[in-house]
Design a protein around this ligand. Structure first.
Ligand SMILES: *Cc1c(COP(=O)(O)O)cnc(C)c1O
Length: 446
């Protein structure tokens, strides 16, 4: 069985694989205006992906924001090979193992001990559900079962399982399933693009926090938690906001006895300049969700970190007061080992310092775009850069994506927002390559 060309694999994939986040007809019908080519990837190395026809693509979005240190990273590969020979998996109820203990200890240390209890799952949406269930169950355990509602921000994205959709405010993912979902209350976003004349990003943050306060004043006794994506609302189109919002939200949550859940699934692991994004506000959440980059982009892994206060409220002789949630692969040793190897690289290479240089290089490479007549809100936070494109063309995002692929770059806009979220091993020449691809793709797509 020798299958060696893109054409063979894409035909077989279209027939047998139901791809995520995809209208399959757009792959099947080349005549459709929404047509998109499916790209079979043969291998990856560093920031590059290679297809079966010998074409290469620079991974400008870290394969859906997961890959931090490149594909086929030699250090992560070596750690995984060693783990594979030692212990591939054991159930985490009643058993424990070295990688899960070490990872939990190191994550606790990274929060200064504030979030010292690590609960494991395999994907981001499950982490969201776990955090919501923990918050609700905490209030029930302390005798306040009436605190059963959640707040999320306008444009929020916390995953797409039925429970996570409750706190996701992206119409295209949510509308079809609305009858299944017990929707949370959506409160104003601090997105600084919403600034009115004369308002600074901090002013927008204060205005959004006033909206939160008004809601808590009326309904606080029924609210279990507020969930936020700290500093950058990713799936909303890289909506960025001032850390002032997190400071004020922390104060308000304390005042009205509401948990603050930070979903750091996309923005954690150094993406915004600090290891966790919430650090830039000088606060700690009560619960934090991690996934995506934590395993270096290698294996499905998610973690919910909780405070002592929450953890202690579950300790009792009664099983019903315990957090009984579980997944078959909870705390998988291979995934935990990939995460440990990822944290090792952060330490040994002083990645946060190196990223400051790369982030400055990205901003210099993209700066000329500010003069493009159709570019709006060029913005950046650490290793996330984005801008919006003023166009009425409903097919802009597909056209841009294809034009970027033609220029050896994987850049997949969200609606009219073009963004870069590259792996941290990206080099200066590769940053220039992405900037050239963006310029060329803009010219081709507009
Ligand atoms: C991707 C993402 C999720 C969901 O993670 P999955 O692993 O895709 O379920 C949740 N929250 C945020 C902020 C994300 O970016």
């Amino acid at each position: 069985m020798t299958q060696s060309s893109n054409a063979d694999w894409l035909a077989r994939s279209q027939a047998a694989v139901w791809h995520p986040c995809t209208q399959m007809q757009h792959h099947a019908q080349t005549a459709s205006p929404g047509h998109l080519p499916l790209i079979p990837i043969a291998s990856g190395k560093g920031a590059w992906l290679y297809d079966f026809d010998g074409k290469r693509y620079l991974d400008g979005i870290s394969s859906w924001w997961t890959n931090l240190f490149g594909h086929a990273n030699p250090r992560i590969n070596a750690a995984l090979k060693d783990q594979l020979e030692t212990l591939e998996h054991v159930m985490l109820a009643g058993f424990t193992h070295q990688p899960v203990v070490e990872l939990s200890e190191r994550l606790s240390a990274l929060t200064g001990g504030a979030l010292g209890h690590a609960f494991y799952a395999s994907d981001g949406a499950s982490a969201t559900e776990i955090a919501l269930k923990m918050s609700f169950h905490y209030w029930r355990n302390v005798g306040r079962p009436g605190k059963a509602r959640f707040l999320c921000l306008q444009g929020s994205y916390h995953g797409e399982t039925v429970g996570a959709l409750a706190v996701t405010d992206v119409a295209i993912f949510k509308d079809a399933y609305a009858p299944l979902v017990r929707a949370a209350t959506v409160i104003p976003s601090p997105d600084f693009r919403l600034a009115e004349t004369g308002e600074s990003p901090a002013d927008v943050a204060r205005r959004a926090a006033a909206g939160l306060e008004a809601h808590l004043e009326k309904h606080g006794e029924h609210i279990a938690a507020l969930i936020v994506e700290p500093l950058v609302q990713g799936a909303a189109g890289m909506a960025m906001y001032d850390p002032e919002y997190l400071r004020l939200a922390r104060q308000l949550c304390d005042r009205y006895e509401v948990h603050l859940i930070c979903d750091e699934i996309a923005v954690g692991c150094g993406r915004t300049g600090t290891f966790f994004a919430h650090e830039q506000a000088g606060i700690r959440p009560d619960l934090m969700c991690l996934s995506k980059g934590i395993s270096g982009g290698y294996l499905p892994l998610s973690i919910v970190l909780s405070s002592d206060t929450i953890y202690n409220a579950f300790l009792d002789d009664s099983v019903a007061r315990a957090f009984l949630h579980s997944h078959s692969y909870t705390g998988n040793p291979l995934a935990c080992r990939a995460a440990l190897a990822t944290l090792d690289i952060f330490e040994s290479d002083d990645v946060l310092a190196a990223n400051r240089q790369k982030s400055a290089k990205i901003s210099a490479a993209l700066a000329p775009l500010a003069n493009h007549p159709q570019v709006r809100h060029l913005r950046q936070r650490g290793m996330i850069a984005a801008f919006d494109v003023a166009t009425d063309d409903p097919h802009f995002s597909r056209k841009f994506y294809r034009a970027a692929l033609d220029r050896e770059a994987l850049i997949r806009p969200i609606g009219n927002t073009v963004y870069l979220m590259p792996p941290y091993i990206i080099g200066d020449e590769e940053i220039d390559h992405l900037a050239r691809a963006i310029n060329g793709a803009l010219a081709a797509a507009l």
